[in-house]
Design a protein around this ligand. Structure first.
Ligand code: FMN
Length: 315
């Protein structure tokens, strides 16, 4: 009798599993790159396998020491960071960190960043030759040193070239992560699609700065940093809306999500999955809370799956 009831309850439970460019996620909540380390940083708080996926700390071909301090500062409804991609390099990631995540059953998105098209392509090839990565998220908010330092993600031609080069090196899903520091986000998304992207991730941080009036200098050692957190949510929602309307690719969307309702807003403007970054610093249980918040909304509104509300706010 008890078994029968729990089977019936399970059948009534809404489904929050989603598919992002060929990657099956048990729920739509993904830890954003650079805010969840390699997952073990939250040991004792949350099992990273509870999340739909974890986009790990950004990886470069060679190890990087990162930017000079100060690297982080709090702002109104957000924060600035200029970490500068401090990381041990791709070989160490694949050898020392990936197996641990895999043994825990975490769906891993590798997040790659480079100085040149060749560096991105080389990393895609190394990841493709190893096992345990579900998809490649490309951080294209990086300067192309061969093109005068212009950021890849700000120019449709460069986006096309770098995404195509990665596409040619891997059979894994390729997910370019769009920079919001552009005037025409749809043109950038179209270039990524034309080059063979399987999904889009958006948005990365907005460029900003802060000034310390005591010593009359910029707060961050790097002067500029990336703004994240609730302050950027309206911008992120607007950009996801625009891209969902014009480009037929699944979107991993985020920017300022701190609760289930925020996540639902992103789904209603077209997101297939949502990413949580700065919000995890406020609440290490955020991933779990959002899953519960989405489920509660679905039950209250008689929804069976997320397709029923995906993009409903888009005209
Ligand atoms: C401290 C910090 C480090 C980050 N590092 C990376 C990174 O290595 N690669 C990347 O693609 N995005 C990185 N990001 C951007 C986040 O993944 C995310 O896209 C952004 O913060 C917006 O989401 P949020 O408002 O939920 O934090 C970083 C953000 C923060 C705050």
């Amino acid at each position: 009798m008890k078994k029968e009831t729990s089977r019936r309850e399970a059948a009534l439970q809404p489904s929050i599993a989603v598919e992002l460019g060929g990657i099956k996620l048990k729920n739509p909540v993904v830890a954003a790159s650079g805010t969840f380390g390699y997952g073990s940083e939250y040991e004792g708080f949350i099992d990273p396998a509870e999340l739909g996926a974890v986009s790990v700390k950004g990886t470069t071909l060679e190890p990087r020491p990162g930017n000079p301090p100060r690297r982080i500062c709090e702002t109104a409804s957000g924060m600035l960071n200029s970490i500068g991609l401090e990381n041990p390099g791709i070989e160490v990631f694949l050898r020392d960190y990936l197996p641990g995540l895999n043994s825990r059953g975490v769906v891993v998105l590798a997040n790659i960043a480079g100085n040149s098209v060749e560096e991105y392509a080389r990393m895609a090839s190394l990841i493709n030759d190893s096992t345990g990565v579900a998809g490649i998220e490309m951080n294209i908010s990086c300067p192309n040193v061969k093109q005068g330092g212009l950021q890849f993600g700000t120019d449709p031609d460069m986006v096309y070239q770098v995404v195509k080069a990665v596409r040619e090196q891997t059979t894994l899903p390729v997910i370019p992560k769009l920079s919001p520091n552009v005037s025409d986000i749809v043109a950038i998304a179209r270039a990524a699609q034309a080059a063979g992207a399987d999904a889009l991730s958006m948005i990365n941080t907005l460029m900003g700065m802060a000034v310390d009036i005591k010593n009359r200098r910029p707060v961050l050692g790097n002067i500029f940093g990336g703004l994240s957190g609730p302050a950027i949510k309206p911008v992120a929602l607007r950009m996801v809306y625009q891209v969902y309307k014009e480009v037929d690719l699944p979107i991993l969307a985020g920017g300022g999500i701190i609760n289930g309702n925020d996540a639902l807003e992103f789904i209603m403007v077209g997101a297939t999955a949502v990413s949580i970054g700065t919000g995890i610093f406020l609440n290490p249980f955020l991933g779990r809370d959002i899953v519960q918040g989405i489920l509660r909304y679905m039950k209250e509104n008689g929804l069976k799956n997320l397709e029923q509300i995906r993009g409903v706010a888009v005209d």
